[in-house]
Design a protein around this ligand. Structure first.
Ligand SMILES: Nc1ncnc2c1ncn2[C@@H]1O[C@H](COP(=O)(O)OP(=O)(O)O)[C@@H](O)[C@H]1O
Ligand SMILES: [Mg+2]
Length: 206
């Protein structure tokens, strides 16, 4: 079996930045790396992504949102993640089930138990070996993303919502300290990278 790593945190926390650095580090060590992002990563999941993030779909219900994320995830697991792990590869995924636990479970108020229950149907036992959570204030994250072209349906949410997300990640990390490895997102990029590879090396060697 390969290794399944997920990167979590609010928008602008540095997930994409750290995934690129981790990918380079692990591929230099000779690992076969697959990087994917959520929602998306397959033809069908990308089509579902277009529905989820469409800024005109303002009437979308919370349950619909939860199920669409789970549907996109189910296809990604079946088509990419599970076969890659079975082939012994390292899979690094930009957001996974913990994003649903935080965004739909905590920030939308649906409850993390319900979210994990629904996602059990979508992913079975394909859970991350480790989840890196980059901790950042909502405001800092948003200001880092400001240069971006156009905001999607989720990014258009209120500051209050993004603050619930930032806090939600912190409580989730406290609930699952064994699986979720928290990093201070205010540190310089290189420092966070060093800490992530130290943890990754530890997990690989066991
Ligand atoms: N630790 C950091 N300190 C300062 N700026 C950062 C840090 N990590 C990332 N950034 C910058 O913040 C912006 C958002 O980073 P990104 O990796 O795209 O975040 P995410 O994928 O979590 O939304 C980018 O311009 C990136 O260069
Ligand atoms: Mg990103």
């Amino acid at each position: 079996m390969g290794l399944f790593i997920t990167m979590e945190g609010p928008d602008g926390s540095g997930k994409s930045t750290q995934i690129e650095l981790l990918r380079d580090y692990l591929s230099n060590k000779g690992y076969d790396i697959i990087v994917c992002r959520e929602p998306g990563g397959t033809r069908i999941s990308e089509a579902v992504r277009q529905v989820i993030l469409n800024k005109d779909f303002t009437e979308m219900g919370h349950m619909t949102e939860l199920l669409l994320y789970a549907a996109a995830r189910a296809q990604l697991v079946e088509e990419v993640i599970r076969p890659s792990l079975e082939a012994g590869k390292v899979v690094i995924c930009d957001r996974f089930v913990e994003s649903s636990a935080v965004y739909q479970g905590i920030a939308r108020g649906m409850g993390t138990n319900l979210v994990y229950e629904v996602n059990k149907f979508a992913i079975g036992d394909t859970m991350p070996d480790v989840t890196f959570f980059i901790d950042i204030d909502a405001k800092t994250g948003i200001s880092r993303k400001k240069q971006q072209a156009e905001l999607d349906r989720m990014e258009r949410e209120t500051l209050d919502f993004h603050e619930k997300v930032a806090k939600g990640y912190r409580s989730l990390a406290k609930m699952y300290p064994d699986r979720i490895c928290k990093m201070d997102g205010n540190l310089p990029i290189e420092e966070i990278h060093k800490r992530i590879i130290a943890e990754a090396d530890k997990i690989i060697s066991r």
